[in-house]
Write a protein that binds this ligand. Structure first.
Ligand code: FES
Length: 110
């Protein structure tokens, strides 16, 4: 079973999880009660984490992460709600303030 090390609020929480586990789902059932998240669907960026170690064990960012994080992906940021944990990983939600990109407004003229 993969191990997850989460840095948050000055603490380090370490837990084993089932393979392909989603940490937001586990937060919902209190295995990671301090994990920050919101929509669970890749739309709000509240779950953004920085991968400290183990990025190579993750799947490539999906279209939601690419849309919401853009260039931040190259700095190691990921949307926790979009990750399936398959190998040991260390992530941090310390001092992260990433906001969703602004929506383009659509104006119509007649
Ligand atoms: S919880 Fe909203 S983007 Fe992950």
């Amino acid at each position: 079973m993969p191990k997850v090390k989460l840095h948050i609020d000055g603490e380090v929480i370490e837990q084993e999880v089932n393979e392909n586990a989603n940490l937001v789902v586990l937060a919902g059932i209190k295995q990671f009660p301090k994990l920050k998240y919101g929509c669970g669907m890749g739309k709000c960026t509240r779950c953004t984490c920085k991968v400290v170690e183990g990025a190579e064990g993750l799947e490539e960012p999906n279209w939601k992460e690419q849309k919401m994080l853009g260039e931040k992906l190259t700095e190691g940021y990921r949307l926790t709600c979009q990750l399936r944990i398959q190998e040991d990983i260390e992530i941090s939600q310390e001092n992260i303030s990433i906001r969703p990109p602004r929506r383009k407004s659509v104006t119509t003229t007649k």
